[in-house]
Design a protein around this ligand. Structure first.
Ligand SMILES: Nc1nc2c(ncn2[C@@H]2O[C@H](COP(=O)(O)OP(=O)(O)OP(=O)(O)O)[C@@H](O)[C@H]2O)c(=O)[nH]1
Length: 195
């Protein structure tokens, strides 16, 4: 289990234009992606909040608290903003809803780094790429994030450059960060699942 002091912010408010259907509700190996993520990440008992600009009904039916973006249409950073505002936790793992192999082991490792240090954000780097949508954010970032978005800025990486970000470069399994944008990504991931 993840440390009980870490909250989970699930980002499910995108438009899924490339996929052509809502990625958060996409059935993967017979299970909607959001339910799969909750099962895999093992956040039982921790604070969970799902940020969606779309229909809240399916999530409410599953007992998952849903909040809407404060800045609709502004992208994932605005989802993080809404999540940090609602979460009671100091540290929060932000997870995009399109990561079919999101890993509890990676989440535990990042949580450990966050709780041992005093960073604003803890971001894994795998194969030379940072993964800010599977990362930990400190709730004290709220004011700075509000100001950043207010300036019309939207890029998560640019925001992370402004704050005390700890990039964690370890031998993470790259599949944990594989995200599905298009139907061909979905087919590829389902094939891995079946292997
Ligand atoms: N809450 C919230 N989440 C978002 C927003 N935009 C994207 N996300 C989430 O961020 C993650 C990555 O999203 P993308 O794949 O970049 O964007 P998308 O809008 O879902 O997909 P495309 O329309 O194909 O670009 C997914 O979990 C999305 O649900 C937003 O405006 N608000």
């Amino acid at each position: 289990m993840i440390s009980p002091g870490i909250g989970l912010i699930l980002l499910a408010g995108g438009q899924s234009r490339r996929m052509g259907q809502d990625k958060a509700l996409l059935s993967f190996a017979g299970e909607p992606m959001v339910k799969r993520l909750l099962r895999r990440l093992d956040f039982d008992g921790n604070s969970i909040v799902l940020i969606s600009a779309n229909q809240p009904e399916p999530y409410q039916k599953w007992g998952i608290p849903v909040v809407a973006d404060d800045l609709p249409g502004a992208g994932p950073l605005a989802g993080i903003q809404a999540g940090l505002r609602r979460s009671p936790c100091t540290f929060n793992l932000v997870v995009a809803c399109d990561l079919p192999f999101a890993s509890a082991a990676v989440a535990r490792r990042l949580s450990q780094v966050a709780e041992d240090g005093d960073y604003d954000a803890v971001v894994p780097v795998c194969d030379g790429r940072a993964h800010p949508l599977f990362s930990i954010y400190h709730r004290r970032l709220q004011g700075e994030l509000d100001a950043f978005l207010q300036e019309g800025k939207r890029r998560v990486g640019d925001f992370l450059d402004r704050v005390q970000t700890r990039y964690v470069t370890e031998s993470f399994p790259s599949q944990a960060f594989f995200n599905m944008n298009r139907p061909e990504d979905y087919r590829r991931a389902e094939a891995w699942e079946e292997e």
